[in-house]
Design a protein around this ligand. Structure first.
Ligand code: KG4
Ligand code: ZN
Length: 390
């Protein structure tokens, strides 16, 4: 195993867990020199979701040019790197393997250490890399509540920093997760069943302000656990498959199918832009009933995320909140979380919009404390599709 010189502080991050091939160079966990993302959204859009085999093949095609671009944009040479970091899981097995195999070969060829990163820890560091100081001000070891909310995940973690002679490591404890669909998955499925484009989250975010969020009162029932947690452990879990079914039932009982099928046909060729959506609203492709349904759905989902997060923050006496993952890009989410954080006098932070969705800067940032602690990946590192955090 090569030693870690920590000379330049430069880490190359590689991310390929789902449908983005990404590489980035970050110095000392905070300074982003480059952040390159090759998105496969257009490829998967016609299937309305990620097709694993297509994703792996596309990662294979993209990995070399994406890493080259990240190194070139950073204005460095591969030899200048102190380490290479790669997403180990969770994610699609074939997709993860492309990044891992390439990172391993690169680390071996350059005699640089390889660092394995949990994708979920990466999402948390997408916020910490810019806001760690503001969130831990005055009490660097106090717990922060992290909501990671994306297309594949909805998790609540208590995160805290523990300092040692080797720098400071971040430790995580899971205190909530979805028992079925992830919040982003619900956004995508509801958008699809209403005949909107993929991914659905940005479409709904864009259209919801045109509808009445109180038109349809969606509710969330208490969660039934198949294996209940021990009584000593209070959980703040989520469930989003019920609301998706409720939206479907609503469309059936209000005979909206024909309008939806017509719309599916029209939106297929429309990119999500303000001009396009204004046009679709004005020509009646997006009629008030659908806009009210979208607004009510989004209002209910964000309300549920808000309720669980702030209840957990109170229960565990969290000193700050961070929200990350694709759904953290949502404007209503940012507005309502910021307002409640102000009310409860809790510092709150979100990633920049570019770092909300999958990227490799967050992977390189999460690797920095591990480089300091010489926490390197074993030679036999492989993909762990169901990897958990905390
Ligand atoms: O973090 P991400 O890129 O990939 C995963 O790890 O899943 O998140 C993608 C998810 C998709 O479900 C997408 O619909 C959702 O994030 N998303 C949004 C918004 N932008 C992306 N959901 C709601 N509002 C948005 N503005
Ligand atoms: Zn992600």
């Amino acid at each position: 195993m090569p030693d870690a010189p920590v000379g330049t502080g430069l880490i190359l991050g590689i991310e390929s867990s789902c449908d983005e091939t990404a590489a980035a160079v970050v110095r000392r966990g905070t300074e982003t020199l480059s952040n390159v993302v090759a998105s496969q959204i257009a490829l998967h859009a016609e299937f309305g979701g990620v097709v694993p085999e297509l994703a792996s093949r596309e990662h294979l095609r993209n990995i070399v040019p994406v890493v080259r671009a990240a190194i070139a944009e950073a204005g460095i040479r591969l030899q200048d790197l102190d380490a290479i970091a790669v997403t180990r899981g969770p994610g699609l097995a074939g997709a993860l393997l492309v990044g891992i195999t390439y990172a391993k070969a690169l680390a071996f060829g350059l005699s640089k250490p390889l660092i394995a990163i949990n994708h979920l820890e990466g999402h948390i560091h997408a916020v910490l890399m810019d806001h760690a100081q503001a969130l831990t001000e005055g009490n660097p070891e106090a717990p922060i509540l992290a909501l990671v909310v994306s297309g594949g995940h909805t998790h609540l973690y208590l995160a805290h920093q523990r300092s040692s002679g080797q720098g400071s490591a971040w430790l995580y404890r899971n205190i909530g997760r979805t028992v079925d669909d992830a919040a982003g998955e619900a956004f995508d499925k509801v958008a699809k069943l209403l005949g909107l484009g993929y991914p659905g989250g940005p479409w709904i975010d864009h259209l919801a302000p045109h509808g009445n969020p109180r038109a349809i009162p969606f509710t969330f029932s208490p969660i039934k656990h198949r294996n209940p947690a021990p009584e000593t452990e209070t959980r703040f879990d989520f469930s989003f498959s019920g609301i998706k079914t409720a939206v479907l039932r609503y469309t059936q009982s209000h005979t909206m199918q024909r309008t939806i099928e017509n719309r599916r046909f029209t939106t297929r060729d429309h990119k999500l832009t303000t001009e396009n959506t204004t046009h679709l609203i004005e020509n009646g492709t997006l009629e008030p009933q659908t806009l009210d349904l979208l607004a009510s759905f989004q209002h209910a989902v964000i309300g549920n995320l808000l309720k669980q997060t702030f209840a957990a923050a109170r229960h565990f006496n969290a000193h700050a909140i961070l929200v990350s993952g694709g759904v953290a890009a949502n404007s209503e989410l940012r507005r309502r979380f910021t307002a409640d954080a102000l009310r409860y006098k809790l510092p709150i932070a979100f990633p920049s919009l570019a770092l909300s969705t999958d990227n490799a800067a967050m992977i390189a940032a999460a690797a920095w404390p591990k480089l300091m602690a010489k926490d390197f990946a074993p030679d036999e590192l492989t993909a762990t599709p169901q990897l958990r955090l905390g």
